[in-house]
Design a protein around this ligand. Structure first.
Ligand SMILES: *[C@@H]1O[C@H](CO)[C@@H](O)[C@H](O)[C@H]1NC(C)=O
Length: 493
């Protein structure tokens, strides 16, 4: 309660300051104001016990706005008829826009979080809590985990199948299976399956790099609910053993109370799943002094593990690269019914328009700044209150900025474009949920859906001679990745 109250006070202050600043800073640019708001949020949402997070937060505001400013100057897209309040900027209308746009998840939508000096975990709210449009993916959750160098994450298991993507850094992951222990070294680009109920522990073995994981979880018990089970990190409150009576635990382990207490933990330890490890502990956990080849462990290797870079790219040109892994390449994905796509979009370029035939795609932004646009029949239906959608649909533009940590959901069939800013490549990991027999189809460029239509179909549909229509459809000869508006503007002007 106390915590909620603090947020509310913070938020009211934030709104009040916003109103005041809006009236007294009429002359200053919109973007400065945004930066101020961003910094203010850093001050107010980060607790006193996490003081050292503030500089990082403030720095990321500065970096983001610098890049965004540059990007906005590059492209002149003010005249485009954006209809869903999709104008650039996220100032006063921000709250309003989010309620209209359930597809975009930002920092505040990560409702379960743990932030400590050695690392943090952020779990996105249930998709179906956000909107009933997501009832089809209600069993899935998305999360990020970041661990500082030389950090150990205490063993735990979950009531969910987990698919881990290593977005940055390297480490070791250890699974305790029924009759073996498996340790694998993991690095950027790796995909790892941790089955439900299997105990796992994780070590960031690097001396300098943060280990960053983007995860998709598929609940196997209560749809969309996630429970984590752990013997704790040394304090009784976080140990499931502590839920049993002393006598039962003493009997189960056949020890006295003092010994049992060692297992359950002592009050003096801080509750923390992230533990700073010594160099020797890291070396040992990483298998370096066991003289065994990778993967090392007590028994033979099971799969569980692949890399997004294992196959050659499915699409690659100067504007971007797409790497894909599905259950044919990595059978473990069947258990979760997920397919994985990694988009590395060159700065100033874009991917799409394309759509997925059966999968709902969850895009998690790993690096860079960008924007997405999507054609959506649902929102349009809501605003006009007509329910003729299926027969004579109207499409509304859904769009938003993208930056590190943004999550976007692209429902089945919805045409989408993902665009990188002019400053940096945009790196996006896409998890295709319910991916069984999914395919994606490009709607422009080489191999696009229209290019396969018969001449008569083109003529009858567009009302022009087929040759004229084809001239338009066939002009763009690259596949999936194209020069974005910003780069085109520069090239022709
Ligand atoms: C994305 O592409 C850039 C440029 O080719 C490359 O430097 C970068 O390492 C790539 N990122 C990933 C995660 O593969």
């Amino acid at each position: 309660m106390g915590f909620k109250a603090k947020i509310c006070v913070g938020f009211c202050l934030f709104v009040a300051t916003l109103l005041i600043s809006a009236t007294i800073t009429l002359g200053s640019s919109e973007s400065n104001q945004e930066m101020m708001i961003c910094k203010m949020k850093c001050e107010q949402t980060i607790g006193i016990d996490q003081e050292d997070e503030k500089p990082r937060c403030i720095k990321s505001c500065e970096k983001y706005h610098k890049e965004k400013g540059k990007w906005e100057r590059e492209g002149d897209r003010g005249q485009r008829g954006d209809t869903s309040g999709s104008e650039r900027g996220w100032g006063n209308d921000r709250q309003q826009r989010y309620s209209d746009n359930p597809y975009v998840f930002e920092d505040q939508h990560f409702t379960a979080r743990l932030e400590t000096e050695q690392g943090n975990v952020r779990v996105l709210q249930k998709f179906s809590d956000r909107s009933e449009l997501f009832n089809g993916i209600e069993k899935y959750r998305a999360s990020f985990l970041e661990a500082e160098p030389q950090t150990f994450i205490v063993p735990n298991y979950r009531d969910a199948e987990a698919l881990i993507f290593v977005a940055n850094g390297q480490g070791t992951i250890t699974l305790i299976e029924r009759d073996s222990r498996q340790s694998h070294n993991i690095k950027r680009g790796d995909l790892f399956h941790v089955p439900a109920g299997i105990t796992v522990y994780l070590t960031n073995t690097d001396n300098n790099e943060r280990l960053v994981l983007a995860n998709i979880l598929h609940s196997v018990s209560v749809p969309g609910d996630l429970q984590i089970f752990s013997v704790g990190g040394g304090d009784p409150e976080s140990s499931f053993f502590n839920a049993f009576s002393h006598e039962v635990i003493e009997a189960a382990f056949n020890v006295d109370r003092e010994s049992a207490q060692k297992l359950i933990g002592q009050q003096k330890q801080q509750q923390d799943i992230f533990k700073k490890a010594t160099k020797e502990q890291i070396r040992s956990l990483a298998g370096e002094d066991k003289g065994r080849l990778w993967p090392f462990g007590d028994r033979k290797e099971t799969s569980r593990h692949t890399s997004i870079y294992k196959n050659k790219p499915s699409v690659a040109n100067e504007n971007g690269i797409l790497h894909e892994v599905d259950s044919k390449d990595f059978p473990d994905l069947q258990d979760i019914n997920v397919a994985v796509s990694f988009f590395n979009i060159t700065r100033g370029s874009m991917a799409g328009p394309f759509y997925n035939t059966k999968a709902t795609q969850v895009l998690m932004i790993l690096n860079g700044v960008g924007r997405f646009e999507m054609a959506c029949p649902h929102l349009s239906e809501q605003t006009t209150r007509t329910h003729t959608g299926e027969i004579n649909p109207r499409y509304e533009q859904v769009s938003s900025e993208l930056r590190h940590g943004t999550v976007v959901v692209i429902p089945v069939g919805h045409p989408v474009v993902i665009e990188a800013s002019g400053e940096q490549n945009l790196e996006v990991i896409g998890f295709g949920l319910n991916s069984d027999e999914n395919e994606w189809f490009p709607l422009a460029g080489r191999e696009n859906v229209l290019s396969r239509w018969e001449d008569e179909a083109l003529e009858l549909t567009f009302g022009f001679p087929a040759q004229e229509v084809k001239r338009v459809i066939q002009k763009q000869n690259q596949k999936l990745f194209f020069k974005g508006p910003a780069r085109r503007g520069r090239a022709s002007g």
